[in-house]
Write a protein that binds this ligand. Structure first.
Ligand SMILES: Cc1ncc(COP(=O)(O)O)c(C=O)c1O
Length: 365
């Protein structure tokens, strides 16, 4: 058997006619920027998330950056964020001129540790930017209460968590702002880059509409400093088709996760908070002999990846912050031991059986 880490072809085959029709509709209209498709997608995605507003932007990274811009966060400010995530979370903080204040993860859920967050709040803290890592909700309700009590903003990095729920409510609707990525490999993936910001706050919504479009309200009149960061019409048309399938796809991902969890006995897997439902973006396992096990699986045709091999705080680009290995021990340990198994809705039971059987057959020394 040969099992790829992801398989875009299978998903495309299942929605080919609908996607081709949607893309042709945009090409026939010859309207590519901020038209009907983006406007409709924003409404549909807002309804799906259960929030009042969604703003389509060029990528998840831009979504995080524009969110902090809209909140007026900048030089001298601190934003609390996990030490283990994709680097884009911290980059947004750095790019607005603020300082990322890293917090270690919980060793069982891999999510930002709330007790550690509390210790890092200072007079300069303007926001907490947690991540729903691997598609599983972080303890977002507790963070919401904490942020409210401390009078600081909460920006959810939901780039991996389209459709995930905490207490039956979809993530992206807990914070002042929520950010999604539509990078092709995501649960709701575009056919290029794309992103979105969700909010219930009208003022922030209106500011974000300006920021993403050169700060203008009227063509060539620029009220505030802005950027060019718009979800384009072709991506929005593709996403409108895919959004209709998202719940079904997430449901089969969750079934795969259940099967993995049932059959895997010799590796550690991610724990969920009570009351949470993961989008199962990635299925991460932990093993002391990761490199050997990964090689062994690769020899048996099973492709795996590491999310992420080096914590953000140890990346070369953040050397100037002065951290050293050991400052965030859980993040260090996970970076050394975790790796991700194939996870997409089109995986079959047989393939998961094969993967789990192969892992179990790995010779322990
Ligand atoms: C947790 C997290 N934050 C932010 C991003 C950035 O999103 P994008 O790749 O759309 O810029 C990603 C996606 O790769 C992500 O996984």
């Amino acid at each position: 058997m040969n099992i790829n880490f992801l398989d875009f072809q299978k998903q495309y085959a299942s929605i080919k006619d609908e996607v081709n029709t949607a893309v042709s509709r945009v090409i026939k209209s010859q309207w590519f920027i901020l038209g009907e498709e983006v406007a409709q997608f924003e409404k549909e995605f807002a309804a799906y998330l259960g929030v009042k507003y969604v703003v389509g932007v060029a990528s998840g990274s831009d979504g995080l950056y524009l969110s902090l811009m809209a909140l007026g966060i900048g030089k001298g400010d601190e934003v609390i964020t996990p030490a283990n995530s994709f680097v884009a979370t911290a980059f947004a903080i750095t790019h607005v001129g603020a300082t990322p204040v890293f917090v270690d993860m919980d060793s069982e859920t891999y999510q930002i540790n709330i007790e550690e967050v509390k210790k890092k709040i200072t007079k300069r803290t303007k926001a907490i930017m947690p991540v729903h890592l691997y598609g599983a909700p972080c303890n977002i309700e507790a963070l919401r209460i904490l942020a409210k009590r401390e009078n600081i903003y909460l920006v959810e990095d939901a780039a991996q968590a389209h459709g995930a729920k905490f207490n039956k409510k979809r993530v992206g609707g807990f914070g002042d702002l929520g950010v999604f990525s539509f990078y092709p490999g995501k649960n709701l993936g575009a056919y290029g880059d794309g992103g979105a910001i969700s909010t219930n706050n009208k003022e922030l919504y209106e500011r974000l509409l300006k920021i993403r479009n050169y700060g203008q309200t009227k063509k060539y009149y620029h009220d505030i400093l802005g950027v060019n960061s718009r979800l384009d019409e072709i991506q929005a048309a593709v996403l409108r088709v895919k959004l209709r399938y998202l719940d079904k796809w997430n449901e089969s991902r969750r079934k795969h996760a259940t099967q993995y969890n049932k059959l895997l006995t010799n590796v550690k897997t991610q724990k969920l908070y009570d009351g949470s439902e993961s989008s199962c973006h990635l299925f991460v396992v932990e093993h002391a002999e990761r490199e050997f096990l990964q090689r062994y699986l690769s020899e048996q045709g099973i492709h795996t990846l590491i999310h992420y091999p080096l914590p953000i705080y140890l990346q070369k680009c953040y050397k100037y912050l002065g951290f050293k290995e050991g400052d965030f021990p859980n993040a260090d340990r996970s970076a050394k031991k975790i790796f991700s198994l194939p996870m997409y809705s089109e995986l079959t039971e047989k393939e998961i059986e094969y993967i789990t059987k192969t892992i179990k057959a790995y010779p322990q020394i």
